[in-house]
Design a protein around this ligand. Sequence first.
Ligand code: BES
Ligand code: MN
Ligand code: MN
Length: 455
Amino acid sequence: MNSHDYIEQNKQKFLDELLDLLSIPSVSADSKFKKDVLKTADFIKSSLEKAGVDKAEICETAGYPIVYGEKIIDKNLPTVLVYGHYDVQPADPYELWDSPPFEPVIKNDKIYARGACDDKGQMYMHVKAFETMMATNSLTCNVKFMIEGEEEVGSDNLAIFVKENKEKLAADIILISDTAMIDNDTPSLTVGLRGLSYLQVEVTGPNRDLHSGVYGGAVANPINVLCEMIASLKDENNHITIPGFYDKVEELSKEEREALNSAPFDLEEYKKDLDIDDVNGEKGYTTLERTGIRPTLDVNGIWGGYIGEGAKTVLPSKAYAKISMRLVPGQKSHEITELFSKHFKAIAPKSVKVKVVPHHGGEPALTPTDSVAYAAASAAFEEAFGKAPIPTRDGGSIPIVSLFKDELKLNTVLMGFGLDSDAIHSPNEHYGIFNYMKGIETITLFYKHFSEMSK
Ligand code: BES
Ligand code: MN
Ligand code: MN
């Protein structure tokens, strides 16, 4: 039987298995799901074994384990290292889901569950593509799997694992499905990811909560001050005002910008999908440029004072915010964190104290388009979709990609099958059955083209 037929015939089995995987709440950020995260690692290990790896193991780390598996058919053949993550983002707010996030359902040919697209659905396509090639005797490369459980919390332990296991992880190329494509008729390959600098700020005013009538107007309100400070971080052109922030940003040539903007993009559709009357971003750049090649700064959460029912007249002692900056090639996460901290403290009025606590970060990444692996991925998409994929720059971050380059000296191919409308990290996350099945097929074609082109 050929791969295509095997995939067709096993469609229901492939779907059922994914639904089982999605029903385990592997939320890495919340320790109340610890047992489930560990159970998910076991699920992945046994799925690799059933699919036909020579060996699969649970590699313990200081945090959640990394599942490793390999099938070495011939040391002289090229080796593909597949990376993915089995952890998911918290499903909150639960009340905004139309069906429970860990009780996957299929509606309108889409699978609804937390992790359906990011990244269980996309990661599991690789296990099923591997199973397909084993079952149809068509695997022509060596394969290694490294599936982690801490991507959504910064991959700190994976970074250590990679540094300590360079030989074990030796390969020719890294293959990842954890990004998006333009739409189901317009395949694309991601060639750039943004980096990240994430921190929490704390503004303290008076030493205790005060009566807002007795003291209001005379003592700094830390929430008011925090809002003013945050507002000042961007000017009227949505340019970030932190000194030095743009110093190392690599500017693209006119030709590169034209190429980027020639990708299909419908601004009206984009606004309609989000129910917004206008977009908003840095002056002088298109929407695709704003998310693809420009850095930005966003408040992810802000709190303080009284938010319970009714009204409480209070001038709070403290205010907090979680702030992220997306970075582009040239910028370094720790340098930007440093610049932010310095600036944020410098702009604080004397009436408050400011604390900046860095969280995780990650470096931006660019993947080459002139490699054998890129050509193989491109050929695979062309064969599966009937159209060559368009290179795109995604706004999200997969910090481990730059680490693979630095530590393992390996390039990555980002073969994503998600859609921006899949609601990853949001309520009602979903993944198209079309994308899941087409992804499995495209992955098998990648191996075929990669081994042929490597000869
Ligand atoms: N899969 C995403 C990253 C992504 C999404 C890249 C869409 C391109 C398109 C990944 O799981 C993720 O969410 N990464 C985090 C960073 C991490 C350090 C928490 C992100 O981008 O916020
Ligand atoms: Mn992901
Ligand atoms: Mn994610």
